[in-house]
Design a protein around this ligand. Structure first.
Ligand code: ZN
Length: 413
Protein backbone atom coordinates (compact mmCIF):
# COMPACT_ATOMS: atom_id res chain seq x y z
CA UNK A 1 0.00 0.00 0.00
CA UNK A 2 1.26 3.49 -0.77
CA UNK A 3 2.00 5.73 2.17
CA UNK A 4 -0.08 8.89 2.06
CA UNK A 5 1.51 12.31 2.43
CA UNK A 6 -0.66 13.09 5.47
CA UNK A 7 0.45 9.82 7.09
CA UNK A 8 4.09 10.84 6.73
CA UNK A 9 3.26 14.27 8.09
CA UNK A 10 1.54 12.72 11.13
CA UNK A 11 4.52 10.43 11.71
CA UNK A 12 6.96 13.35 11.61
CA UNK A 13 4.80 15.12 14.19
CA UNK A 14 4.69 12.01 16.39
CA UNK A 15 8.47 11.61 16.26
CA UNK A 16 8.93 15.25 17.18
CA UNK A 17 6.59 14.82 20.13
CA UNK A 18 8.11 11.63 21.54
CA UNK A 19 11.65 12.91 21.14
CA UNK A 20 10.81 16.13 22.96
CA UNK A 21 9.16 14.18 25.77
CA UNK A 22 12.39 12.32 26.54
CA UNK A 23 11.72 8.95 28.14
CA UNK A 24 10.87 5.85 26.23
CA UNK A 25 11.50 6.81 22.59
CA UNK A 26 14.24 9.29 23.25
CA UNK A 27 17.01 6.73 23.15
CA UNK A 28 15.43 4.59 20.49
CA UNK A 29 15.33 7.50 18.08
CA UNK A 30 18.75 9.03 18.76
CA UNK A 31 20.20 10.27 15.50
CA UNK A 32 16.80 10.38 13.78
CA UNK A 33 15.21 13.74 13.06
CA UNK A 34 11.52 14.10 12.15
CA UNK A 35 12.40 15.69 8.81
CA UNK A 36 14.44 12.62 7.85
CA UNK A 37 11.18 10.75 7.27
CA UNK A 38 10.19 11.80 3.77
CA UNK A 39 9.21 8.50 2.20
CA UNK A 40 7.90 5.08 3.11
CA UNK A 41 11.44 3.73 2.76
CA UNK A 42 12.68 6.26 5.32
CA UNK A 43 9.90 5.25 7.68
CA UNK A 44 10.68 1.56 7.33
CA UNK A 45 14.18 2.17 8.63
CA UNK A 46 12.81 3.24 12.02
CA UNK A 47 13.33 0.71 14.82
CA UNK A 48 10.46 -1.51 16.00
CA UNK A 49 9.10 -1.30 19.52
CA UNK A 50 8.12 -4.35 21.54
CA UNK A 51 5.93 -5.09 24.52
CA UNK A 52 9.11 -5.72 26.54
CA UNK A 53 10.21 -2.11 25.85
CA UNK A 54 6.84 -0.87 27.09
CA UNK A 55 7.18 -2.97 30.22
CA UNK A 56 10.60 -1.46 30.89
CA UNK A 57 8.94 1.96 30.88
CA UNK A 58 6.77 0.99 33.87
CA UNK A 59 5.07 2.83 35.47
CA UNK A 60 4.71 6.07 33.49
CA UNK A 61 7.73 6.11 31.22
CA UNK A 62 5.56 5.82 28.11
CA UNK A 63 3.98 9.20 28.75
CA UNK A 64 4.74 11.78 26.09
CA UNK A 65 2.84 14.68 27.67
CA UNK A 66 3.03 16.65 30.96
CA UNK A 67 1.23 14.84 33.75
CA UNK A 68 -1.62 17.34 34.01
CA UNK A 69 -2.75 16.31 30.53
CA UNK A 70 -3.19 12.66 31.50
CA UNK A 71 -6.81 11.86 32.37
CA UNK A 72 -6.60 8.09 32.85
CA UNK A 73 -4.42 5.07 32.48
CA UNK A 74 -5.14 1.57 31.27
CA UNK A 75 -3.03 -1.49 31.76
CA UNK A 76 -2.58 -4.60 29.72
CA UNK A 77 -2.92 -7.74 31.73
CA UNK A 78 0.65 -8.88 31.99
CA UNK A 79 0.46 -12.65 32.34
CA UNK A 80 4.10 -12.58 33.38
CA UNK A 81 5.66 -9.91 35.57
CA UNK A 82 5.33 -6.19 35.12
CA UNK A 83 2.20 -4.83 33.45
CA UNK A 84 2.28 -2.19 30.72
CA UNK A 85 0.75 1.13 31.72
CA UNK A 86 -0.75 3.21 28.93
CA UNK A 87 -1.54 6.87 29.72
CA UNK A 88 -4.39 8.61 27.84
CA UNK A 89 -5.05 12.32 27.36
CA UNK A 90 -8.57 13.72 27.05
CA UNK A 91 -8.16 13.78 23.30
CA UNK A 92 -6.96 10.15 23.24
CA UNK A 93 -10.16 9.11 25.03
CA UNK A 94 -12.24 11.13 22.56
CA UNK A 95 -10.38 9.68 19.60
CA UNK A 96 -10.87 6.16 20.88
CA UNK A 97 -14.61 6.86 21.25
CA UNK A 98 -14.67 8.10 17.66
CA UNK A 99 -12.92 4.97 16.35
CA UNK A 100 -15.24 2.73 18.33
CA UNK A 101 -18.29 4.62 17.13
CA UNK A 102 -17.15 3.98 13.55
CA UNK A 103 -16.89 0.27 14.39
CA UNK A 104 -20.49 0.21 15.57
CA UNK A 105 -21.59 2.04 12.45
CA UNK A 106 -19.74 -0.38 10.18
CA UNK A 107 -21.53 -3.23 11.99
CA UNK A 108 -24.82 -1.47 11.27
CA UNK A 109 -25.50 -0.56 14.91
CA UNK A 110 -27.62 2.60 15.29
CA UNK A 111 -28.61 4.96 18.14
CA UNK A 112 -31.87 2.98 18.34
CA UNK A 113 -29.99 -0.16 19.41
CA UNK A 114 -29.55 -1.36 22.98
CA UNK A 115 -26.03 -2.53 23.56
CA UNK A 116 -25.41 -5.27 26.11
CA UNK A 117 -21.76 -5.09 27.18
CA UNK A 118 -20.31 -8.16 28.90
CA UNK A 119 -16.51 -7.61 28.76
CA UNK A 120 -15.02 -6.44 32.06
CA UNK A 121 -14.71 -2.82 33.15
CA UNK A 122 -11.54 -1.72 34.90
CA UNK A 123 -7.86 -1.38 34.25
CA UNK A 124 -8.04 -3.12 30.97
CA UNK A 125 -9.66 -1.54 27.97
CA UNK A 126 -12.47 -3.93 27.07
CA UNK A 127 -15.78 -2.92 28.69
CA UNK A 128 -15.04 0.76 28.92
CA UNK A 129 -14.17 0.91 25.21
CA UNK A 130 -17.47 -0.66 24.18
CA UNK A 131 -19.16 1.83 26.50
CA UNK A 132 -17.36 4.91 25.13
CA UNK A 133 -18.17 4.07 21.53
CA UNK A 134 -21.81 3.34 22.28
CA UNK A 135 -22.26 6.63 24.11
CA UNK A 136 -20.61 8.53 21.27
CA UNK A 137 -22.95 6.75 18.86
CA UNK A 138 -25.91 7.63 21.08
CA UNK A 139 -27.18 4.12 21.73
CA UNK A 140 -28.46 2.88 25.08
CA UNK A 141 -25.87 0.78 26.86
CA UNK A 142 -26.43 -1.96 29.39
CA UNK A 143 -23.03 -2.12 31.13
CA UNK A 144 -23.24 -5.65 32.54
CA UNK A 145 -19.61 -6.67 32.75
CA UNK A 146 -18.85 -10.39 32.88
CA UNK A 147 -20.42 -13.20 34.88
CA UNK A 148 -23.76 -13.86 36.60
CA UNK A 149 -25.53 -15.59 33.74
CA UNK A 150 -28.97 -15.39 35.38
CA UNK A 151 -28.77 -11.63 35.60
CA UNK A 152 -27.36 -11.37 32.08
CA UNK A 153 -30.29 -13.28 30.63
CA UNK A 154 -32.85 -11.42 32.70
CA UNK A 155 -31.55 -8.02 31.59
CA UNK A 156 -31.21 -9.26 28.03
CA UNK A 157 -34.94 -10.06 28.02
CA UNK A 158 -36.27 -7.16 30.07
CA UNK A 159 -34.09 -4.49 28.51
CA UNK A 160 -34.62 -6.01 25.05
CA UNK A 161 -30.90 -5.88 24.25
CA UNK A 162 -30.32 -5.90 20.48
CA UNK A 163 -26.51 -6.02 20.37
CA UNK A 164 -24.34 -8.39 22.40
CA UNK A 165 -20.68 -7.46 23.01
CA UNK A 166 -18.67 -10.40 24.30
CA UNK A 167 -15.71 -12.69 23.91
CA UNK A 168 -16.42 -15.70 21.72
CA UNK A 169 -16.39 -18.10 24.65
CA UNK A 170 -18.81 -16.01 26.70
CA UNK A 171 -21.12 -15.53 23.71
CA UNK A 172 -21.16 -19.30 23.27
CA UNK A 173 -21.92 -19.85 26.94
CA UNK A 174 -24.86 -17.41 26.78
CA UNK A 175 -26.09 -18.97 23.54
CA UNK A 176 -26.08 -22.42 25.13
CA UNK A 177 -27.92 -21.16 28.21
CA UNK A 178 -30.57 -19.49 26.08
CA UNK A 179 -31.03 -22.72 24.18
CA UNK A 180 -31.13 -24.80 27.37
CA UNK A 181 -33.70 -22.57 29.03
CA UNK A 182 -35.82 -22.38 25.91
CA UNK A 183 -36.03 -18.58 26.01
CA UNK A 184 -34.88 -17.85 22.47
CA UNK A 185 -38.21 -16.23 21.54
CA UNK A 186 -37.77 -13.75 24.42
CA UNK A 187 -34.37 -12.61 23.17
CA UNK A 188 -34.18 -9.58 20.87
CA UNK A 189 -30.53 -9.80 19.83
CA UNK A 190 -29.75 -9.00 16.19
CA UNK A 191 -25.99 -8.61 16.25
CA UNK A 192 -23.03 -9.92 18.17
CA UNK A 193 -19.79 -7.96 18.37
CA UNK A 194 -17.08 -10.38 19.32
CA UNK A 195 -13.54 -9.54 20.41
CA UNK A 196 -11.26 -10.75 17.68
CA UNK A 197 -9.32 -13.79 18.78
CA UNK A 198 -8.81 -16.94 16.86
CA UNK A 199 -12.05 -18.86 17.00
CA UNK A 200 -13.09 -21.70 14.77
CA UNK A 201 -15.75 -21.54 12.10
CA UNK A 202 -17.71 -24.22 13.98
CA UNK A 203 -17.92 -22.07 17.11
CA UNK A 204 -18.87 -19.05 15.03
CA UNK A 205 -21.77 -20.78 13.34
CA UNK A 206 -23.01 -22.22 16.63
CA UNK A 207 -23.13 -18.78 18.22
CA UNK A 208 -24.75 -17.25 15.16
CA UNK A 209 -27.36 -20.02 14.86
CA UNK A 210 -28.25 -20.38 18.50
CA UNK A 211 -28.53 -16.63 19.10
CA UNK A 212 -29.92 -15.95 15.66
CA UNK A 213 -27.54 -13.01 15.14
CA UNK A 214 -25.03 -11.61 12.65
CA UNK A 215 -21.50 -11.70 14.06
CA UNK A 216 -18.81 -9.06 13.76
CA UNK A 217 -15.13 -9.42 14.71
CA UNK A 218 -13.76 -6.38 16.47
CA UNK A 219 -10.02 -5.93 16.92
CA UNK A 220 -7.79 -3.90 19.18
CA UNK A 221 -5.17 -3.98 21.91
CA UNK A 222 -4.62 -1.97 25.05
CA UNK A 223 -1.30 -0.58 23.85
CA UNK A 224 -3.13 0.98 20.88
CA UNK A 225 -6.29 2.54 22.44
CA UNK A 226 -8.02 -0.81 23.08
CA UNK A 227 -10.73 -2.69 21.15
CA UNK A 228 -12.35 -0.69 18.41
CA UNK A 229 -9.57 -0.12 15.89
CA UNK A 230 -10.86 -2.56 13.24
CA UNK A 231 -14.07 -4.47 12.47
CA UNK A 232 -15.62 -6.36 9.58
CA UNK A 233 -18.64 -5.02 7.71
CA UNK A 234 -21.65 -7.04 6.56
CA UNK A 235 -19.74 -8.28 3.48
CA UNK A 236 -17.16 -10.00 5.66
CA UNK A 237 -14.19 -9.22 3.45
CA UNK A 238 -11.79 -8.61 6.34
CA UNK A 239 -11.75 -5.99 9.09
CA UNK A 240 -11.81 -2.32 8.07
CA UNK A 241 -9.29 -0.23 10.00
CA UNK A 242 -8.87 3.51 10.32
CA UNK A 243 -5.85 4.70 8.41
CA UNK A 244 -6.35 8.31 9.45
CA UNK A 245 -5.44 7.29 13.02
CA UNK A 246 -3.26 4.23 12.53
CA UNK A 247 -0.64 3.02 10.08
CA UNK A 248 -0.54 -0.77 9.65
CA UNK A 249 2.34 -2.81 8.23
CA UNK A 250 2.75 -6.55 7.89
CA UNK A 251 6.27 -7.85 8.51
CA UNK A 252 7.96 -11.22 8.42
CA UNK A 253 7.98 -12.19 12.12
CA UNK A 254 11.45 -13.69 11.87
CA UNK A 255 13.31 -11.14 9.73
CA UNK A 256 11.25 -7.98 10.29
CA UNK A 257 11.12 -7.39 6.54
CA UNK A 258 8.00 -5.53 5.39
CA UNK A 259 5.79 -7.85 3.31
CA UNK A 260 3.67 -6.91 0.32
CA UNK A 261 -0.12 -6.59 0.69
CA UNK A 262 -1.84 -9.96 0.74
CA UNK A 263 0.98 -11.84 2.45
CA UNK A 264 0.59 -13.25 5.92
CA UNK A 265 2.79 -11.94 8.67
CA UNK A 266 2.93 -9.95 11.88
CA UNK A 267 0.86 -6.81 12.27
CA UNK A 268 2.94 -3.75 13.21
CA UNK A 269 1.08 -0.59 14.24
CA UNK A 270 2.11 3.06 14.32
CA UNK A 271 -0.26 5.52 15.98
CA UNK A 272 -0.70 8.76 14.04
CA UNK A 273 -2.68 10.90 16.49
CA UNK A 274 -2.08 9.47 19.94
CA UNK A 275 -0.79 11.96 22.53
CA UNK A 276 -0.44 10.17 25.88
CA UNK A 277 1.52 7.19 24.64
CA UNK A 278 2.28 7.29 20.93
CA UNK A 279 3.68 4.09 19.44
CA UNK A 280 6.05 3.82 16.54
CA UNK A 281 6.24 0.51 14.69
CA UNK A 282 4.80 -1.49 17.56
CA UNK A 283 4.97 -5.26 17.06
CA UNK A 284 1.64 -6.80 18.00
CA UNK A 285 2.66 -10.45 17.49
CA UNK A 286 -0.76 -10.92 15.87
CA UNK A 287 -0.82 -12.73 12.56
CA UNK A 288 -2.87 -11.37 9.71
CA UNK A 289 -2.49 -9.84 6.27
CA UNK A 290 -3.47 -6.60 4.59
CA UNK A 291 -6.29 -7.26 2.14
CA UNK A 292 -5.09 -5.92 -1.24
CA UNK A 293 -7.10 -2.83 -2.12
CA UNK A 294 -7.27 -3.30 -5.89
CA UNK A 295 -10.85 -4.44 -5.33
CA UNK A 296 -12.82 -2.16 -3.01
CA UNK A 297 -15.10 -3.73 -0.40
CA UNK A 298 -18.68 -3.91 -1.75
CA UNK A 299 -19.79 -1.72 1.18
CA UNK A 300 -17.98 1.14 -0.57
CA UNK A 301 -15.99 2.24 2.47
CA UNK A 302 -12.52 3.53 1.72
CA UNK A 303 -11.06 2.22 4.98
CA UNK A 304 -8.42 -0.42 4.22
CA UNK A 305 -8.77 -3.94 5.57
CA UNK A 306 -6.84 -6.61 7.42
CA UNK A 307 -7.86 -10.23 7.60
CA UNK A 308 -9.18 -11.73 10.83
CA UNK A 309 -6.40 -12.58 13.26
CA UNK A 310 -5.02 -16.00 12.34
CA UNK A 311 -3.02 -16.55 15.51
CA UNK A 312 0.12 -15.38 17.28
CA UNK A 313 3.59 -15.19 15.80
CA UNK A 314 4.89 -17.25 18.72
CA UNK A 315 2.99 -20.21 17.25
CA UNK A 316 4.58 -19.84 13.82
CA UNK A 317 7.06 -22.30 12.31
CA UNK A 318 9.13 -21.93 9.17
CA UNK A 319 9.34 -25.06 7.02
CA UNK A 320 11.20 -25.19 3.70
CA UNK A 321 11.28 -21.39 3.69
CA UNK A 322 7.52 -21.03 4.20
CA UNK A 323 5.95 -19.55 7.34
CA UNK A 324 3.22 -21.83 8.67
CA UNK A 325 0.67 -21.07 11.37
CA UNK A 326 -1.65 -23.44 13.21
CA UNK A 327 -4.60 -21.43 11.90
CA UNK A 328 -3.70 -22.32 8.32
CA UNK A 329 -3.60 -26.01 9.12
CA UNK A 330 -7.06 -25.76 10.70
CA UNK A 331 -8.33 -24.20 7.50
CA UNK A 332 -6.85 -26.87 5.26
CA UNK A 333 -8.38 -29.63 7.36
CA UNK A 334 -11.74 -27.88 7.38
CA UNK A 335 -11.78 -28.15 3.59
CA UNK A 336 -11.36 -31.94 3.70
CA UNK A 337 -14.69 -33.51 4.75
CA UNK A 338 -13.22 -36.78 6.04
CA UNK A 339 -10.56 -35.06 8.18
CA UNK A 340 -11.34 -34.41 11.84
CA UNK A 341 -10.07 -31.24 13.51
CA UNK A 342 -7.44 -33.19 15.45
CA UNK A 343 -3.91 -33.19 14.08
CA UNK A 344 -0.25 -33.21 15.01
CA UNK A 345 2.71 -31.98 13.06
CA UNK A 346 6.29 -33.19 13.43
CA UNK A 347 9.10 -31.28 11.80
CA UNK A 348 12.59 -32.73 11.53
CA UNK A 349 15.46 -33.07 9.10
CA UNK A 350 15.89 -35.67 6.42
CA UNK A 351 19.20 -35.57 4.56
CA UNK A 352 19.66 -32.02 5.77
CA UNK A 353 16.29 -30.84 4.45
CA UNK A 354 13.14 -29.99 6.37
CA UNK A 355 10.59 -32.74 6.61
CA UNK A 356 7.04 -32.07 7.82
CA UNK A 357 4.95 -35.05 8.86
CA UNK A 358 1.26 -34.36 9.43
CA UNK A 359 -0.88 -36.81 11.41
CA UNK A 360 -4.61 -36.32 11.00
CA UNK A 361 -7.41 -38.23 12.65
CA UNK A 362 -10.09 -39.63 10.37
CA UNK A 363 -12.86 -42.21 10.61
CA UNK A 364 -12.62 -43.44 7.01
CA UNK A 365 -12.07 -47.12 6.22
CA UNK A 366 -8.61 -48.60 6.19
CA UNK A 367 -8.64 -49.18 2.42
CA UNK A 368 -9.41 -45.49 1.74
CA UNK A 369 -6.58 -44.15 3.87
CA UNK A 370 -4.13 -43.92 0.97
CA UNK A 371 -6.57 -41.73 -0.99
CA UNK A 372 -7.11 -39.58 2.08
CA UNK A 373 -3.37 -39.13 2.52
CA UNK A 374 -2.97 -38.19 -1.12
CA UNK A 375 -5.69 -35.56 -0.75
CA UNK A 376 -4.02 -34.21 2.38
CA UNK A 377 -0.71 -33.89 0.59
CA UNK A 378 -2.27 -32.12 -2.37
CA UNK A 379 -4.18 -29.66 -0.18
CA UNK A 380 -1.04 -28.67 1.71
CA UNK A 381 0.83 -28.23 -1.55
CA UNK A 382 -1.84 -26.10 -3.18
CA UNK A 383 -2.84 -24.03 -0.13
CA UNK A 384 0.52 -23.30 1.53
CA UNK A 385 2.98 -24.64 -1.01
CA UNK A 386 4.68 -27.12 1.31
CA UNK A 387 5.28 -30.79 0.59
CA UNK A 388 4.34 -32.96 3.56
CA UNK A 389 4.43 -36.59 4.63
CA UNK A 390 0.73 -37.34 5.30
CA UNK A 391 -0.32 -39.90 7.92
CA UNK A 392 -3.94 -40.90 8.49
CA UNK A 393 -4.70 -42.15 12.01
CA UNK A 394 -7.86 -43.33 13.73
CA UNK A 395 -10.09 -41.05 15.82
CA UNK A 396 -8.75 -40.86 19.37
CA UNK A 397 -5.19 -41.82 18.43
CA UNK A 398 -3.73 -38.35 19.04
CA UNK A 399 -3.46 -36.81 22.49
CA UNK A 400 -5.97 -34.02 23.17
CA UNK A 401 -4.65 -30.55 23.88
CA UNK A 402 -6.30 -27.22 24.65
CA UNK A 403 -3.58 -25.19 23.03
CA UNK A 404 -3.22 -25.25 19.27
CA UNK A 405 0.48 -24.47 19.46
CA UNK A 406 1.24 -27.73 21.24
CA UNK A 407 0.18 -29.63 18.14
CA UNK A 408 3.33 -28.65 16.32
CA UNK A 409 6.56 -30.33 17.36
CA UNK A 410 9.77 -28.99 15.94
CA UNK A 411 12.73 -31.32 16.34
CA UNK A 412 15.14 -29.41 14.12
CA UNK A 413 17.04 -27.59 16.83
ZN1 ZN B 1 -16.79 -3.27 3.85
Amino acid sequence: MKMKEETLRDIRRQIKRVKAAGGFYYEKLIGIEPDDIKTREDFEKLPFSEKADLRDAYPLGLSAVPEDEIVRIHSSSGTTGTPVIVPYTKKDVEDWAELFKRCYEIAGVTPRDRIHITPGYGLWTAGIGFQLGAEKLGAMTIPMGPGNTDKQLRFMQDMKSTVLCATSSYALLLAEEIEKRGIKDKIYLKKGIIGSERWGEKMRSRIADELGVELYDIYGLTEVYGPGIAINCEYNTGMHYFDDYLYFEIVDPKTGKVLPDGELGELVITTLKKEGAPLIRYRTHDLTRIVPDDVLCPCGRKYPRIDVILGRTDDMVKVKGVNIFPGQIDEILKAIPSASSEYQVFIDHENGRDRMTVFVETDIDEDKKKDFERELKEEFKSKINVGIVPKAVAIGDLPRSEKKSTRIFDYRY
